[in-house]
Design a protein around this ligand. Structure first.
Ligand code: ASP
Length: 578
């Protein structure tokens, strides 16, 4: 298929037939100029007053589809901004395929229509250049990924959409069975168990551009259905998977935006990421690490710090360089409110001005002052922001504050990409809600060799062979080496406090498979939307999905979800009680 913008100055004199949408019309001294648009861009048409189609062309409505035939000529006033800017087409023949109604909003990048209106008319929204380009970028990403994986001996295999509930930890979407009334399929939260079974089957390297479904409360970066580039490899360890995947990222960034990622990526243990950045997805585009200053205050007489330490809390801080005088009390109060949303009880501050520390932390002794100045390497006009709380609250609140300051103080180069691997995740995290330990990744993740024995005895200190690839503060993908031994898998289920019946009922079929010669295996899934968002620099997941849902999980265009006929329910044996 030839695109209209394939024509250029070399085609002058040729007669061509072009098809597309009327993007814009202008009448200049009787000459009618039409911007004809197709997927590739714009080409300028001219209709002269003496042309028998002149009247029809003058009354064309924007966004109508037309076919024209005409001669390519050299343009007098060149437009350097578009590929066809040196030429135009003198129209001889015009056919209108379809006239457009008045549009609900202007088809332009700076259209100000509400997002809901744009979602209702998504097919028009997708005609806007930036959105169209995002969708094309998504295609390029998938093409590049397929090339890479195919070249590395991966096989693309589809797994079922109608499944038994899968265990990624979110709520399932359920589909009632007509044939087995009262029974339900679940839509897959990921192809996790199937890809592991494909390793048992001997495929060795699998991938799938897989649709996943999770019935969760939505946020700006979540959708009820989304796509993972899912992969699994046999006979591998953590390094093998990480090297394969970082090669994939390198190729995609080169192919799609011509960006060079330097390999190997940095590897950072989860514990170090939490210690230094208060996050398991640290944004490394700026520094401002979290400092542990507990030791400096071990003999403190400052009452709130003293009692905090007596409660086994820690004291940590971040230092914002050279901005102390920019922060009024009011500004600091705003930061305090911010850390309180992360459960910190408050935020103490110190300003280093004229060689002295002043601020809300009163009564510092000589040792503490020197300790702070030396250990934090304080310089004139530095602002020290301090939290004391338990480990998790301290790290989470300062980690979030760090990111906020990174943005507020313009410390982030938005053209930069900083990748790393976060490794060695804790195998379990304690859920206050459930009152028990849950799997941090999922129940099929292999514990570290030295921690297998701790599965039932010391869950809090058990680490796993899990890894996330992180970019600019986002998790771009995550995976793990899996348990390939039925006994360890059984122990893991027990560690998660599943009863024997629950294990049998939920995972019996899967556990059985592990008994027939399972290769050591591991893999990872990349969040395709997140990856495209990073490449096109968008914070809105809806910008990279052709037909997304709203925050309340509905499709404003087709009005899904919707009620169904009584007869359909009857067939499924379902009675509504709402
Ligand atoms: N299935 C996992 C997920 O969706 C990814 C993996 O472990 O490969 O997070």
């Amino acid at each position: 298929m030839i695109m209209n913008t394939n024509y250029n100055i070399n085609n002058v004199g040729e007669t061509v037939t072009l098809k597309g949408w009327v993007s814009k019309k202008r009448n200049l001294g009787g000459l009618l100029f039409i911007d004809l648009r197709d997927r590739s861009g714009i080409i300028q048409l001219i209709v002269r007053p003496e042309n028998k189609f002149y009247e029809q062309a003058s009354s064309l409505k924007n966004e109508s589809t037309i076919k024209v035939t005409g001669e390519i000529i050299k343009r007098e006033s060149v437009n350097k901004n578009i590929p066809t800017g040196e030429i135009e087409v003198i129209v001889n023949d015009l056919e209108v395929y379809s006239t457009s109604l008045d549009l609900p909003f202007e088809i332009s990048n700076d259209c100000t229509a509400l997002e809901d209106t744009r979602l209702k008319y998504r097919y028009l929204d997708l005609r806007r250049e930036n959105l169209k380009n995002n969708i094309i970028t998504r295609h390029k990403v998938v093409t590049s990924i397929r090339e890479y994986l195919n070249n590395n001996d991966f096989i693309e295999i589809e797994t079922p959409i109608l499944c038994k509930s899968t265990p990624e930890g979110a709520r399932d979407f359920l589909v009632p069975s007509r044939v087995s009334k009262g029974s339900f399929y679940a839509l897959p939260q990921s192809p996790q168990l199937f890809k592991q079974l494909l390793m048992v089957s001997g495929f060795q390297r699998y991938y799938q551009v897989a649709r996943c479904f999770r019935d969760e409360d939505l946020r700006a970066d979540r959708q009820p259905e989304f796509t993972q580039v899912d992969m699994e490899l046999s006979f591998v360890d953590e390094e093998d998977v990480m090297q394969m995947v970082e090669g994939l990222f390198k190729k995609v960034f080169k192919d799609v935006i011509n960006y060079d990622i330097k390999l190997p990526l940095m590897r950072m243990k989860y514990d170090d990421a939490m210690e230094l950045y208060g996050s398991d997805k640290p944004d490394l585009r700026f520094d401002m690490k979290i400092n542990n200053i507990t030791k400096i205050f071990e003999n403190t007489e400052i009452p709130f710090l003293k009692s905090s330490l007596e409660n086994n809390n820690i004291i940590n801080c971040i230092v914002a360089k050279n901005v102390a005088t920019n922060y009024s009390r009011k500004e600091i109060d705003k930061l305090t409110d911010f850390v309180k949303t992360y459960k910190a009880s408050g935020l103490a501050f110190l300003k280093f001005i004229n060689g002295e520390l002043t601020g809300s932390l009163k009564g510092l002794n000589e040792n503490e002052i020197n300790g702070l100045i030396n250990e934090l390497k304080l310089e004139e006009n530095d602002l020290v922001l301090i939290v004391t709380a338990n480990y998790n609250v301290t790290k989470a609140s300062l980690g979030a504050l760090r990111c906020k300051l990174g943005r507020d103080l313009n410390l982030i180069d938005i053209n930069d990409y900083k990748f790393l691997w976060v490794t060695d995740f804790p195998a379990f995290e304690y859920s206050e809600e459930e009152g028990r330990f849950m799997a941090t990744h999922h129940p099929f993740t292999m514990p570290k060799d030295e921690d297998v024995d701790k599965l039932l005895t010391d869950k809090g200190n058990c680490y796993s062979k899990a890894y996330d690839i992180v970019c600019n503060g986002y998790e771009a993908g995550g995976g793990s080496i899996r348990i390939h031994d039925n006994d360890i898998q059984q122990k893991m289920f027990e560690a998660l406090e599943l009863t024997e019946e629950q294990i049998e009922d939920k995972f019996g079929w899967f556990k059985d498979a592990l008994k027939y010669g399972t290769p050591p295996h591991g893999g990872l899934a990349i969040g395709l939307e997140r990856l495209v968002m990073l490449l096109v620099k968008s914070n809105n997941i809806r910008d990279v999905i052709a037909f997304p849902k709203t925050a309340s999980a509905s499709d404003l265009m087709s009005e899904a979800p919707n009620i169904v006929d009584e007869s359909q329910l009857k067939e499924l044996g379902i009675k509504l009680d709402i």
